[in-house]
Design a protein around this ligand. Structure first.
Ligand SMILES: Nc1ncnc2c1ncn2[C@@H]1O[C@H](COP(=O)(O)OP(=O)(O)OP(=O)(O)O)[C@@H](O)[C@H]1O
Ligand SMILES: [Mg+2]
Length: 275
């Protein structure tokens, strides 16, 4: 797939509707301010009604902050975040949980800026991330042969798919680190995958390959994927539904085409020459 023409490399079937069994994250009456300035003020937003959703908006709109509020990496001034699934009838108030209890609910986020993978090899960093997220005693993975082999096999599946310069050594570039962060999340078999600028720094062919993989996983594993991106090619080709944020608020929601053509989005974000 890598190297195909840009517009078709990860072209996908148009909008698929929700089947109800996919997990959803609902954010209600949620506010976050820094130094007295409100940066997120979300009245009622549901993520995950469609398999792949885009979250877009200008720099500083509050996209990363909103994802961090869902993940508990920053506290909410007020509000509720709930994870629910009609499939198994479950409902968890994520905002009531301590941060370390988040992992077991399958809500996982990649990072806009990658800071780790410096001291560990690609394989060890992935092994450790999986072990840490799934086991209270991470070193068990190195001691129990069966567990070790199964986990390595899962990791090698991803490493075979992407061309790392030195797959059994260290990550070489910012792009490779970014890719590792995303593979780390996929290895956790998330129910909800939040991707914060997943393709920034990736060459086009790897970007297309990665998005193809995300698309495949979203369909196969019934997970909800939310992509925050300024690379709008990714948003328009991948998303079934798009949320548009500006100045801390979700101003519009709809199918990619309607968002792309909306006057407010053009005025506040795209500029008139963009459509
Ligand atoms: N830890 C923080 N302390 C103070 N201000 C912050 C902090 N984190 C974010 N902000 C501010 O909150 C606002 C929203 O930032 P955020 O990073 O959520 O925007 P964003 O939509 O992700 O932007 P970008 O597209 O540039 O990544 C910005 O004005 C930012 O400067
Ligand atoms: Mg951001």
């Amino acid at each position: 797939m890598a190297g195909d023409h840009k517009d078709t490399a990860f072209a996908r079937e148009p909008t698929r509707d929700s089947d109800g069994s996919r997990p959803r994250v609902r954010i209600q009456d949620a506010v976050k301010s820094f130094a007295g300035r409100v940066v997120v003020d979300v009245d009622d937003l549901t993520l995950g009604t469609h398999p792949i959703e885009g979250l877009i908006g200008p720099n500083g709109a509050g996209k990363t902050t909103l994802l961090r509020m869902i993940m508990h990496s920053i506290s909410l001034d007020r509000g509720t975040v709930t994870l629910s699934s009609d499939g198994d009838g479950s409902e968890v108030v994520l905002s009531d949980l301590p941060a370390h209890r988040m992992a077991r609910h399958g809500v996982v986020k990649t990072n806009q800026v990658i800071t780790d993978f410096e001291k560990l090899t690609i394989l060890d960093s992935l092994l450790l991330s999986v072990a840490k997220a799934t086991d209270e005693w991470p070193y068990r993975i190195y001691r129990e042969q069966g567990l070790y082999e199964d986990t390595v096999e899962g990791i090698l599946w991803y490493l075979d798919r992407f061309e790392f310069e030195d797959p059994l050594g260290f990550a070489k570039s910012a792009g490779e680190k970014k890719l590792l962060d995303i593979i780390r999340c996929l290895l956790l078999k998330p129910r909800v995958l939040l991707l914060d600028e997943p393709t920034a720094g990736l060459p086009d062919d790897i970007r297309d390959q990665l998005m193809g993989l995300i698309d495949e996983k979203a369909a196969e594993e019934n997970m909800a994927v939310v992509i925050v991106e300024h690379d709008l090619h990714v948003i328009w080709t991948m998303s079934d539904y798009v949320h548009f944020m500006a100045e801390g608020r979700v101003l519009l929601q709809g199918e990619p085409r309607s968002i792309r053509e909306h006057d407010t989005v053009i005025e506040k974000y795209l500029g008139s020459g963009h459509v």
